[in-house]
Ligand binder design. Structure first.
Ligand code: B16
Ligand code: MG
Length: 215
């Protein structure tokens, strides 16, 4: 194999490794409906990669009334309970096609693997999927001050892996996530639609098309 241009690959979780993006949508939809606030797949697209309170603020921007800080916290907690119910029964069958193979490919090439999810439920999801040990470092979102598109989470992953950001490939399904990778000074591989992920260096439809030559 020719020498790889990367030393580490840092993956997003929701929408890349597993389709929890859909569970987030269902949980937000239930909450938005309970408040009579408009919410659909298009609004949801803009929430991908945005942390819980940031997502709530974007949803409540469409509300007819205003909410106190305490009411917002209660709504965020409610959404999280809906979400936790939805992920309760996840298993390895919920891994997206190619996810396990992509992680194995990266390790077989001698590269490090990182996970950069702003989800505070990421460790639970990784355990349900049975892939926590496939990562050399998983960022704990509880210690991240700024969500995507801020580069903080990707820079934290690179630093803990002991790799220069310029030697990292970031893999993301969200516009905000791709922006975070680029702001961190990394190459960005988008997973999804090239018409949506316009800032990515390359885009593949799913990890089943992952190669280290992808961008
Ligand atoms: P939680 P990622 C993100 O995860 C999701 O894309 C986003 O929709 C969600 O609001 C966020 O995690 C926070 O999740 O409420 O579980 O803390 O894409 O960075 O893996
Ligand atoms: Mg994502």
């Amino acid at each position: 194999m020719p020498e790889c241009r990367y030393k580490a690959v840092i993956f997003d979780l929701d929408g890349v490794i597993t389709d929890t993006a859909h569970y987030h949508y269902l949980a937000w939809k239930r909450l938005a409906d309970s408040q009579g606030v408009p919410f659909d797949q298009q609004i949801n697209e803009g929430l991908k990669g945005i942390d819980r309170m940031g997502s709530l603020e974007l949803i409540l921007a469409g509300a007819a009334r205003s909410y106190s800080a305490a009411a917002k916290l209660a709504l965020a907690e409610q959404k999280n309970l809906h979400y936790q119910q939805l992920i309760e029964d996840m298993t390895a069958a919920d891994l997206l096609p190619g996810a396990v193979e992509a992680l194995a490919l990266v390790r077989a090439a001698g590269l490090k693997t990182g996970l950069a999810s702003v989800s505070k439920n990421a460790f639970t999801v990784l355990d349900r999927l049975g892939i926590r040990a496939s990562f050399d470092y998983v960022v704990d979102a509880a210690y991240i001050a700024r969500g995507k598109p801020d580069p903080e989470i990707f820079l934290k992953a690179a630093s803990e892996l002991g790799v220069d950001p310029a030697d990292c490939l970031g893999v993301e399904d969200a516009v905000a996530g791709v922006a975070a990778i680029k702001a961190a000074g990394m190459r960005a591989l988008g997973v999804g639609d090239p018409a949506v992920l316009t800032q990515a260096d390359a885009v593949i439809p799913g990890l089943d098309r992952f190669t280290l030559a992808a961008c």
